[in-house]
Design a protein around this ligand. Structure first.
Ligand SMILES: Cc1cc2nc3c(=O)[nH]c(=O)nc-3n(C[C@H](O)[C@H](O)[C@H](O)COP(=O)(O)O)c2cc1C
Length: 496
């Protein structure tokens, strides 16, 4: 059935901020505000309305869409030409004000108005066949995107925003994942892949999977057990856990929670005596490496956090930093974390400080995290780092920074076989991991996917995400004709 539509309603959290975003994606001009709606003229007789959450019948949808999914939906709409709706299933009618429809999450549904202003629910997966990637299904979460949607549904808004956000326009956040599509896997045929070997080691520490857990802050926002749950999940998955300086659990409590091999991620504070104590504590608690994060002299501006006045909720604390927390941390405008970083992190940090840290951390090796250039990678090794971690902090620091998978190529070329190189950023599937390994990464770290698992189902959720990615990598290796991780080096190339 084809339906002539004169309005599309996207129910969003922040109509003003979203209007130019959608206008940009859709390629339509923005006409400005009208009543509670921001109205964007779509074409003759067709109007796109962005309404604040709740005013369009309590549905929550487009805000949660990832950009590629949104693009896909509307390229189909455009390709089909008006009448809109023809390319989609009509599956529902208007929901009552304030009702949760279960539609929150990345890109499940859009709601269109017909000329009589009846709200129709439109699904954007294929009409026939099973659920597409990113759709829920009766068999539980099958992809990282499924976990992301569950996390979105469960997390309070400020926590979701904090985990999800990137810096500024979030170009780099999107780029990290999108850039994987520029690579192809030239699979090899007729290789014995009956038992691919995924176990490896990082700086001599054996791990059962090359999918490792990047340091992320504030795990108690996701589940009450917080970092202890994540560390146990990493242990059960045969992975490695990197504990953040900004954890909501002390590094000693994380250590006592599990046997997982673990590194400690360090932010260098202006107070060097305190920084020294952190390193000594990590050594005493059995951490086997120090990962120095070098992309955060100041905190990138994550707009949602500023708007939300984001800070830790009552009862949660920056557990490792209690002795240096300013008493007035909670008061002040904008993001609490941005204020903290501005007041305590040492923005004067430079290469000579790496020499200092390498000596301080010995005998533990220092890994430098946050490198996106070959020359910086070489400099890090010249100053005593034992490994290089290609990262742009998950697109949360400098927007327009390169996608890490692209940066990896340059860094691997510069480092050669002098040291191990790791990468994180935008890895959401086993094929992404295979591409990263194929381009020379020794291991791949994931940040948000583990948080989605943690928010969805605590320790079990985080473990499931790691197991899922490992299983996807296993399958991708078999299909690519790779029996060993090293074989991936022969099958990945840039397209075109
Ligand atoms: C919510 C959140 C908190 C983070 N906290 C830290 C941190 O405390 N220290 C750090 O070095 N990196 C931190 N990162 C960056 C991650 O270590 C990692 O580089 C990034 O998440 C990888 O990208 P991905 O989330 O797309 O996998 C954080 C990332 C997120 C999403």
């Amino acid at each position: 059935m084809s339906i002539e539509l004169d309005h599309i309603i996207l129910d969003v959290d922040d109509a003003e901020a979203s209007s130019s975003f959608y206008a940009d994606i859709l390629g339509f001009g923005c006409e400005g505000e009208e009543g509670p709606f921001t109205v964007v003229r779509v074409s003759e007789g067709l109007t796109l309305q962005l309404s604040p959450r709740g005013t369009a019948g309590g549905v929550h949808l487009a805000f949660a869409m990832s950009r590629p999914e949104f693009d896909r939906v509307f390229s189909r709409v455009r390709a089909a030409g008006i009448p809109y709706g023809d390319a989609f299933d009509r599956v529902g009618t208007q929901t009552g004000p304030g009702e949760e429809t279960g539609a929150r999450g990345p890109g499940r549904t859009l709601y269109f108005l017909d000329p009589n202003r009846h709200l129709l629910e439109i699904r954007h997966h294929e009409r026939e066949g099973g659920a597409a990637r990113g759709e829920t299904s009766a068999v539980g979460p099958l992809t990282v995107a499924d976990f992301e949607r569950l996390a979105h549904a469960r997390l309070p808004r400020p926590a979701w925003d904090y985990y999800r956000s990137g810096a500024d326009d979030e170009v780099t956040l999107a780029r990290n994942t999108e850039a994987f599509a520029s690579y192809e896997i030239r699979y090899r045929a007729l290789v014995d892949v009956s038992a691919p070997r995924l176990a490896t080691s990082v700086l001599g520490t054996p791990v059962k999977t090359p999918i490792l857990v990047a340091p992320t802050a504030y795990h108690k926002l996701a589940c009450p057990e917080g970092e202890r749950a994540t560390a146990r999940a990493a242990s059960r998955a045969g992975s490695l856990y990197v504990a953040s300086t900004l954890a909501t659990t002390t590094l000693e409590d994380v250590a006592s929670a599990c046997e997982a091999p673990r590194w400690f991620q360090l932010y260098v504070h202006k107070d060097r005596a305190f920084t020294t104590r952190l390193v000594e504590r990590a050594k005493a608690a059995g951490y086997v490496a120090i990962a120095l994060t070098c992309d955060t002299p100041v905190l990138g501006r994550r707009l949602a956090d500023v708007r939300n006045g984001f800070g830790l909720t009552e009862g949660l604390a920056l557990a490792n930093l209690q002795e240096i927390l300013p008493p007035d941390l909670r008061s002040g405008p904008g993001s609490e974390l941005a204020r903290f970083v501005a007041s305590r992190h040492d923005a004067s940090l430079s290469w000579k400080d790496l020499d200092w840290l390498v000596a301080l951390a010995a005998p533990l090796p220092v890994v430098v995290k946050g490198i996106v250039r070959g020359d910086d990678a070489v400099r890090a090794l010249d100053h005593g780092a034992r490994a290089v971690w290609v990262s742009n902090h998950g697109g949360r620091q400098l927007d327009l920074a390169p996608a890490t998978i692209d940066a990896l190529v340059e860094v691997v070329a510069a480092v050669g076989d002098r040291a191990e190189v790791y990468v994180d950023g935008g890895v959401r599937s086993g094929t992404h991991a295979l591409v990263a390994l194929g381009l020379g990464a020794r291991a791949v770290f994931v940040g948000r996917p583990v948080l989605w698992g943690l928010a969805a189902d605590g320790e079990e959720g985080a473990r499931s995400v790691l197991a899922l990615l490992t299983e996807e990598l296993d399958r991708a290796m078999r299909l690519a004709g790779c029996a060993e991780l090293a074989d991936t080096r022969h099958v990945v190339r840039r397209r075109g």
